[in-house]
Ligand binder design. Structure first.
Ligand code: M6R
Length: 618
């Protein structure tokens, strides 16, 4: 959702803020803005739409300033217009915000009585005026110690507002201090040489520093050029760990690919290899749970597993359920985080709850894991971003090591999630003695082959591009699969709809007869995932049922499967392989199919409409 960048130091140009916001573009946004303090005044430029519109206005900002903030807004309250774009100004203060202020109406009434004039429809402008009001009071209380007055004013504001927030605040009265405070929305502090930064994600800062501090909820930071202080919301000073980030700026480049999504699809073999790296013993066949980040979880204690996640991460969880149940002989429930958090939860101290999230910031998953913690469940975060909110709140943080994922559509993170969950399944089963040495070794051997199988599958990209051209004009497409391929069918449908805006649904093939088969006619394409696994015969029968009703079949199956090829309008072959390898290959095919369909349809592949990479509001 909203992107935040802030700077205090020896001097930064408007281009600095612009490039920082560019790094956050993938998060999804619909208006932008920058504020800088120069010559005792606040200078603001804002624009509707994409960053390119803001670029045209950079010349109206000072060419350099010691302090400034920049923002990409994903509209919640008020349309994505220039007036509603952040930063918002109240007198000498400029403020930006990521989050939602729920009680903004009552605060607005109060401020209007105090004669504050509102120029936007946003909840955020309320925070800017309230801060200005509180600052004026605190100036008197603190004998005009402006830094202390601003600190106290921010503490008053965060106590008054209800909702979620990450604020970036500058003031022309304090032109060398950058303030930030957060609850539920992320803020990272970057520490440089004679300059310090804030941002909503590490990616905005890795061009400048690898030293970062992750601000926790209920924390406020005061940053100067050469120092920083962090306080809790009671005003007490606190010490924080400094992280050393291992991502590089180069990882955030397209490296010759036309889109981040295509690059990330082609990075799947490496993402899987990185997720496996140093976590298994391929000679004595053992899973190193500690290397997977499992340090505090009592693996022998839990009697049930719940996986909570959203979107693609949810489908990775549904797929993992097959293997966790099979290897660990445990009940595994997979829940949408947005439902879990509002429902009566049966979790208790005998439950292991695994939160799966690429970003580690998804608000629904974050709030759901809090429910599990209240019920004394053991909690593991499976995340891609070290130091994320979900990672820090759980008992254990397992990093999936996919590398930064910039495309809004999750691709390589999906593969890394699946392989990490499979490792957890094997590691738990080994420790709980529910798996034979033979099954363990066979599965470890198979996981080691996944990367090279994906590489072979990606060679089908051109063929998939050609087939995708058939889908461009479609209004609706169905996907079917059975067993582990059912979550893949849903993942394929999600990708197609989010990227190309074609309605798509993924069904368990066995469910067709219970309703969806009514949709089949000679105009409908059905993507049938039918590798020769334990479910093949059944899916093959389902395909015949579709065929006999005139449905147009695009099948994904084993190379050389002439029967399947002959009943399909189009056939995409994958190399015959063990069952545990299959989901990686069929998902790679469907990721490519969604990519090429969207591209051929002229859609914005990396930033589909209305979507955000990191969903930090409900
Ligand atoms: O960062 P998370 O894994 O928690 O994100 C969850 C979903 O928002 C995400 O997977 C979303 O569905 C993707 N756009 C799918 O491609």
């Amino acid at each position: 959702m909203c992107g935040v960048i802030g700077y205090v130091g020896k001097g930064a140009s408007p281009e600095f803020f612009f490039l920082g916001l560019k790094r956050l573009e993938y998060r999804g946004y619909d208006s932008t803005g920058i504020a800088m303090v120069f010559d005792g005044k606040i200078h603001v430029q804002r624009a509707e739409g994409k960053l390119i519109n803001l670029h045209e206005k950079l010349q109206h900002l000072p060419s350099r300033a010691n302090i400034g903030i920049g923002h990409t807004r994903w509209a919640t309250h008020g349309r994505p217009t220039e007036d509603n774009a952040h930063p918002h100004v109240s007198g000498h203060i400029a403020l930006l915000h990521n989050g939602i202020i729920e009680n903004y109406r009552e605060i607005k009434n109060f401020l209007q009585e105090k004669k504050y004039v509102f120029l936007s429809d946003t909840d955020t402008e309320v925070a800017a005026h309230l801060l200005h009001y509180e600052f004026s009071l605190e100036q008197k209380n603190t004998s005009h110690n402006n830094i202390l007055a601003m600190k106290n004013a921010i503490l008053n504001v965060v106590k008054t507002i209800k909702g979620t927030f990450a604020f970036g605040i500058i003031s022309s009265l304090i032109p060398d201090v950058l303030f930030t405070a957060k609850y539920a929305s992320p803020i990272i502090i970057g520490l440089g040489e004679n300059e310090n930064y804030i941002a909503s994600g590490m990616t905005a800062l890795i061009d400048h520093t690898k030293k970062m501090i992750v601000l926790d909820d209920y924390e406020l930071a005061i940053l100067k050029q050469d120092s920083y202080e962090i306080f809790d919301f009671q005003g007490n000073k606190i010490e924080k760990n400094i992280l050393s980030v291992d991502w590089s700026a180069q990882m955030l480049e397209k490296n010759g690919f036309s889109h981040f999504m295509l690059k990330e699809i082609f990075e799947q073999p490496e993402a899987v290899a990185q997720s496996l790296n140093s976590r298994i013993d391929p000679i004595d066949y053992h899973v190193f749970l500690e290397e997977l980040g499992i340090k505090n979880t009592n693996v022998l204690l839990f009697e049930k597993i719940q996986i909570i996640a959203c979107g693609t991460s949810f489908y990775a969880g549904l797929l993992a359920k097959f293997y966790l149940e099979k290897f660990c002989c445990l009940t595994v429930e997979v829940e949408l985080a947005s439902e879990y958090r509002y429902r009566y939860s049966t979790s208790n101290n005998k439950t292991l709850v695994i939160a799966v999230s690429q970003s580690g910031e998804t608000i629904d998953t974050l709030q759901a894991i809090k429910v599990a913690k209240e019920n004394n469940a053991q909690t593991i975060a499976l995340v891609n971003v070290r130091g994320s909110s979900i990672g820090r709140i759980c008992d254990d943080e397992s990093i999936m090591h996919a590398g930064p994922e910039v495309g809004v559509a999750s691709t390589k993170a999906f593969s890394a999630q699946v392989v990490s969950l499979l490792l957890l399944a094997l590691g738990f089963a080994e420790k709980r003695k529910t798996i034979s040495k033979e099954t363990l070794s066979c599965n470890i051997d198979n996981l080691l082959k996944v990367s090279s199988y994906i590489e072979k599958t990606l060679k089908e990209s051109d063929k998939i591009n050609q087939i995708s051209q058939k889908l461009v004009a479609e209004k609706s497409v169905l996907f079917i699969g059975r067993g582990p391929q059912w979550p893949i069918a849903m993942e394929g449908a999600l990708k197609l709809k989010e990227l190309s805006y074609i309605h798509a649904e993924g069904f368990a093939a066995g469910e067709l007869k219970h309703g969806p088969i009514a949709l089949i006619d000679e105009n409908l394409y059905v993507i049938c995932i039918a590798p020769k696994d334990a479910y093949y015969e059944k899916v093959y029968s389902n395909i015949h049922e579709i065929k006999s009703r005139g449905g147009k079949i695009i099948a994904i199956g084993f190379e050389g499967d002439k029967d399947l090829e002959s009943i399909s309008e189009h056939f995409i072959g994958i190399s015959p392989c063990e069952e545990i390898i299959l989901p990686f290959l069929t998902s790679a095919v469907l990721h490519l199919l969604a990519y090429w369909t969207a591209l051929n349809k002229g859609c914005d592949v990396d930033q589909p409409r209305n979507l955000a990479k990191s969903v930090t509001v409900e």
